[in-house]
Design a protein around this ligand. Structure first.
Ligand code: ZN
Ligand code: FE
Length: 237
């Protein structure tokens, strides 16, 4: 299995998961950069996976599905709102594609129907977690997001997190402000991301173990701590 990161719109990350010449795309914000990446790699698109219904995650659905005649999976809750959706996924449901085993993890909070896709060591978290940050609460409650972050943290520590956006710069400043005693680790991680972005144009996906060292939302022990941080982050820029 190969995971290739594609940047789209201002700061979105889309992912191609490929095996034996066939790819699934996670959250195609727009069709053009996905088509280019497929062509460059000589891959065929066989499946579209959406983590949630927001436009910047589904914008390329219809054009890509038409070009490649492929199905589109999303969560049950989002089914009516995801353009071209063909199959509704439930929590813990699994499926095979291109010889790979995928499973679904419900992680509501950013939206009510947000799901993650889990393949081997890779977890595609959409807008639930970002480098040193977490998603805004648009449809879910703080309790739901806190529980979703706990669910993610219960996975094996070598699990790699594939985020929906590149928000590292602002998140690192926030993380250092709320936890000054951890600023050395935060700056190491920030510099690593900057090096990745300069060298490859995309940040490398951190493991859960790495992310726990720097992400203030993973490090919030209680719901009250989490809620305070989430509120503070809303007014931080
Ligand atoms: Zn979103
Ligand atoms: Fe988004």
């Amino acid at each position: 299995m190969t995971i290739h990161t594609v940047r789209a719109l201002n700061d979105n990350y889309c992912y191609l998961i490929s095996n034996a010449g066939v790819a699934a795309v996670v959250d195609p914000s727009e069709a053009a950069p996905i088509s280019t990446a497929l062509r460059e790699r000589g891959l065929k698109l066989g499946l579209i996976l959406n983590t949630h219904h927001h436009h910047d995650h589904v914008g390329g659905n219809l054009e890509l599905a038409q070009e490649w005649d492929c199905p589109i999976y999303c969560s049950e809750a989002d089914f009516s709102r995801v353009p071209g959706a063909t199959r509704a996924m439930k929590d813990a449901e699994s499926f095979e594609f291109a010889g790979l085993h995928f499973s679904v993890l419900a992680i509501p909070g950013h939206t009510a129907g947000q799901i993650a896709y889990h393949i081997g060591d890779a977890l595609f978290v959409g807008d639930t977690v970002f480098e040193m940050g977490c998603g805004r609460l648009f449809e879910g409650t703080a309790q739901q997001m806190f529980d979703s972050l706990s669910r993610i943290q219960d996975l094996p520590s070598e699990t790699r997190l594939y985020f929906g956006h590149e928000y590292t710069e602002t998140n690192a400043r926030f993380a250092a402000e709320v936890e000054p005693s951890n600023s050395a680790a935060i700056h190491r991680r920030l510099n690593q991301v900057r090096d990745d972005l300069r060298a490859r144009g995309v940040a490398s996906a951190p493991t859960l173990a790495e992310e726990r060292l720097v992400n203030p939302f993973f490090r919030a022990p209680t719901l009250e701590d989490f809620t305070r941080l989430r509120t503070a982050r809303n007014s931080f820029s």
